[in-house]
Design a protein around this ligand. Structure first.
Ligand SMILES: [Zn+2]
Length: 69
C-alpha cells in the first residue's frame, strides 16, 4: 500500500477560504488559500488550479483584498 505524502494529505484536508479579491466593476471573487489564485466561482469543492479541497464556512467573514496590479 502506498503511503500518502504530507503534501498529498494537506491537499485532501479542507482549507478555509478566508480571502476574497475585489475586481471592479465585476464584484468579489474568492481566493484559494493554498495557491492564492482568484477563483471564478464560489462554493466549489476544489480549487480548479491547484486541487486544494476548500472549506467555505468562513467565507461570509472573508477579508476583502484589493486587486494587485
Ligand atoms: Zn488553489
Amino acid at each position: 500500500m502506498k503511503k500518502a505524502s504530507a503534501q498529498e494529505l494537506s491537499f485532501r484536508v479542507p482549507m478555509l477560504v478566508t480571502q476574497a479579491r475585489l475586481f471592479r466593476p465585476d464584484g468579489v471573487y474568492p481566493v484559494c488559500p493554498q495557491c492564492s489564485v482568484t477563483m471564478d466561482r464560489e462554493y466549489q469543492n476544489y480549487c480548479g488550479f491547484c486541487g486544494q479541497h476548500l472549506d467555505w464556512k468562513a467565507y461570509k467573514k472573508a477579508e476583502i483584498v484589493c486587486r494587485e496590479d
